[in-house]
Design a protein around this ligand. Sequence first.
Ligand code: ZN
Length: 188
Amino acid sequence: MAHEEFTEKDWRRLLISLGEDPDRPGLHETPSRVAKAWQHWTSGYKEDPAECLKVFEDGAQEYNELIIVRGIPVYSHCEHHLAPFFGKATIGYVPDGKIVGLSKLTRLVNCFAKRLQVQERLTIQIANALMTHLEPKAVGVVIRCRHMCMESRGIRTEGEETVTSAMLGELQPNLALRTEFLSLAREG
Ligand code: ZN
C-alpha cells in the first residue's frame, strides 16, 4: 500500500470544504495541529506488539490463578467515520510462568487502539497478541467503549457502551474459569 503524504495543504482544503475560512486567526494553526494530532492518534502502526511484551517478570511459576487488570484506558478512532471511541479494557490471564505489569498492558492496548479500528477487531488483536507473546494458559479481554459516531448522530443514547470480549486458551473450554473471569471483569 503506497503511503501518500497528507499535508497541511490538504487539511486546509478540508476546512474550506466544510465552509470555513482557513485564514481566519482561530484556524491559522489548525492544519499543522491536526496533522500532528493524527500522527499521535495513529502512532500504533509503528508499534510492535512483541516489543510491548518483551520484558516480562518471572516468578509466577507457582501461580495458577486468574490475574485481572481493570481500568486500562482505551482511546481509538473508528475506521468508518474517523470518530473517537473510548473507554476501558479489562484484561485477565492465567500465567504460565510469565507475568506483565499494568504499564506493559497499557502499551499493548495503545499499540492497537492508536490505529483506525473497529472495537471487535481491537479486542481480538489484544487477546491474540497476549496469547502469542506472553504464552499464558488463558487470556480474556473485555472492552467497554462509547462511540462518538453513534452518540453524536443519535444512533445511541449518551453514555451507552458497546461491550466486546474475546476469550482464548483455557477460558474457552473451562466454564468455571470463564464465569470467574466475567464476574471479575464486570465489577467496578
Ligand atoms: Zn463509526
